[in-house]
Design a protein around this ligand. Structure first.
Ligand code: ZN
Ligand code: ZN
Ligand code: ZN
Length: 630
């Protein structure tokens, strides 16, 4: 037995005793819960396994309390959320699990430095992960007869409600169906949300081993399992840290606004300061063009560009007062978004100048990174010469060769390469960190990352050697980057196939309907037209992607989103900045779609930061990912 598992059980026995009716398992069994169905037990085990695999114990400690809110109060019997405060236990070699409390006060009273403190007459809902061998016979039988999913190696969740009575004895009972629904929604939501927590570097005392987190609140939509639907099948789940911040019924929108964003600025007027940006900028208020060195920006958030104090004051009064806090928080994530591994200039005030400095201006595929070739339709850039010309005459070794990855056979079997980010990719391809190819490869690698790491069904298909169909919406410059897309075929590494169907109004007429094999494992079809009009003629997709989609700025997205909603296929979107993602969320929710993959930085975003004329907000091609129906 592993050391930490041994600790697990000794510690449990110390805390909760052992024997019938006590200790792990305690004789409670979900099968005995009134009104529960085997289908729901399966879903519960699935959800707790999914949570277990995200390993929240790596960072979350008993001192970190979380608030949880599932739907509206009126959804619950008694109109109160059953266990709205959660703490994760274990992680230092202790028992892995989590406790759920009825109030924050209960949680604080019961949180000791090393173990849970027994407080009489307080109920705790516990989910603990146990080895099958030490489970009670009734639970063992349940696991066997329902073929329940294991969470970890031979580990299964045990769910019960514990209560210390006044004579210091412990009593256990089964959770009710209502309580189990609550736990289910929590497990689904927190698995998506906890990786988004940001370490709070300032607030943590140096001597403490505990990580502190910045105030956090995120709402995601959770799909109820089919056996639980009660006329509605999605529920908004809000996770907050610290707890107790999100508990008023929201009146207006359902979208989440982190509390630190919501706090209204106290000062009525905020100063301006000189902008650091070079190049031509544009005033947010009057749209006048100004030289970068002469432009001003909001002194509080530094995000918004002005021509002078008069425009700044007016903008503050009219709109900026209410958004400045939000922008400030987004600006604070600048550092986190910077991909520091690369050794070429990563800030662009003018794309032409950046390309020029790299010796790539108006060359090969790079022609699509500035507007100099806008007279030439997408997909019709003249291409001659070999691979090196396409990559703008970079030196050999500075761009990926059109060759398989070497030494990528594990145990005699080759299978798709799983990548977590750029450094891994550059390493595998032996590319120097001075090579800017990531700026173009961001597109194919994001598609690959979505199909291989984020969309479970397409990953399974690829791993079993089958074909995945991707609908790729609204291609533009990508139409001239087929050479970059061949890399997907190499990453598939001898297993599975991908058919990428690029649909959009920018596909040139003479290429529409064409199919090209780029490598033996990837086929690209090009279709000119509007997605919702063309989709019926296309093979149904396993996953839909739309990169740098700017959902809020195109009315034509409406029809496409309705279609995505009715097809119920996983769809992933990327956008350039956090503010465009916030807007995209609104558009998606407005179309009846629920965000099931919350906005997260894309590990395959372009390392090259763009600078919009009116804003200093961090902006990168494919910067953030979000998903629906995932
Ligand atoms: Zn102005
Ligand atoms: Zn501001
Ligand atoms: Zn140019």
């Amino acid at each position: 037995m592993e050391v930490h598992l041994k600790d697990l059980f000794t510690r449990f026995q110390l805390q909760f005793g052992s024997g019938p009716g006590l200790g792990p398992g305690s004789g409670t069994c979900l099968l005995k819960v009134e009104g529960i169905t085997p289908g729901f037990i399966k879903s519960l085990f699935k959800a707790s396994a999914a949570l277990y695999r995200t390993d929240p114990w790596k960072r979350l400690r008993p001192g970190h309390l979380f608030g949880i809110r599932v739907g509206k109060n009126s959804d619950w019997i008694g109109k109160k959320q059953p266990f709205p405060c959660v703490q994760f236990i274990g992680g230092d070699g202790g028992d892995l699990g989590f406790n759920m409390f009825r109030t924050v006060t209960d949680a604080q009273k019961m949180t000791g430095s090393r173990e849970t403190i027994r407080v009489p007459n307080v109920e705790v809902l516990r989910v603990t992960y146990e080895m099958e061998s030490v489970m009670f016979p009734s639970n063992k039988r349940m696991v066997k007869s329902l073929l329940l999913e294991a969470s970890g190696n031979d580990l299964f969740p045990s769910i019960d409600v514990a209560r210390c009575n006044s004579s210091d004895g412990l009593e256990f009972r089964n959770a009710t169906v209502e309580e189990l629904r609550f736990v289910y929604a929590f497990m689904k939501a927190v698995a998506m949300v906890h990786p988004l927590l940001q370490e709070d570097k300032e607030a943590t005392p140096k001597w403490s081993r505990l990580i502190g987190f910045e105030p956090f609140i995120e709402t995601v939509d959770v799909q109820w399992p089919p056996e639980m639907t009660k006329g509605w099948d999605q529920v908004a789940v809000t996770v907050s840290h610290p707890p107790g911040q999100a508990y008023e019924e929201k009146t207006s929108s359902t979208s989440s606004t982190p509390t630190k964003y919501a706090e209204p600025p106290r000062e009525e007027f905020v100063d301006v300061k000189l902008n650091m940006g070079a190049g031509m900028r544009q005033c947010t208020m009057c749209e006048k063009e100004i030289n970068g060195e002469q432009s001003l920006c909001c002194g509080r958030c530094r995000a918004v560009v002005y021509c002078g104090p008069i425009c700044q004051k007016q903008h503050w009064k009219e709109t900026h007062k209410s958004t400045c806090g939000l922008y400030k928080a987004m600006m604070e994530r600048e550092e986190e978004l910077t991909l520091e591994i690369f050794m070429f200039p990563c800030i662009v005030d003018s794309p032409c100048r950046w390309l020029e400095s790299m010796g790539l201006h108006q060359k090969g595929m790079w022609k699509r990174l500035c507007n100099c070739y806008s007279h030439c339709s997408f997909g019709l850039l003249p291409s001659k010469g070999g691979l090196s010309d396409s990559w703008g005459c970079l030196d050999d070794g500075e761009f990926p060769p059109d060759l398989p990855f070497s030494k990528r056979v594990r145990d005699g079997v080759s299978s798709p390469i799983i990548l977590s980010g750029w450094s891994e990719y550059y390493n595998l391809r032996y590319l120097p960190l001075t090579s800017p190819v990531a700026a173009i490869l961001s597109y194919p690698l994001t598609v690959y990352y979505v199909t291989m790491a984020l969309s479970i069904s397409s990953k399974n298909l690829l791993l079993s050697g089958r074909e995945v169909i991707v609908h790729y919406l609204g291609p533009e410059g990508e139409l001239d980057w087929m050479i970059a897309f061949t890399e997907i075929g190499h990453l598939l590494n001898g297993l599975g196939n991908m058919q990428i169907i690029m649909v959009g109004p920018e596909v040139p007429t003479n290429l529409s309907g064409s199919v090209s094999g780029i490598g033996s494992r990837v086929r690209v079809n090009l279709i000119r037209g509007i997605y919702q009009e063309e989709a019926t003629y296309l093979p149904s997709p396993h996953v839909i992607v739309a990169l740098n989609c700017r959902l809020e700025s195109y009315a034509s997205w409406g029809g496409a989103l309705d279609l995505i909603n009715s097809m119920n296929v996983p769809a992933f979107f990327t956008d350039q900045s956090e503010i465009s993602c916030a807007n995209a969320k609104q558009v998606l929710r407005g179309a009846g779609l629920h965000i099931t993959h919350p906005v997260t930085p894309n590990p395959f975003r372009s390392p090259v930061r763009n600078q919009g004329p009116t804003s200093n907000l961090p902006s990168y091609s494919n910067a953030f990912l979000l998903g629906v129906n995932t």
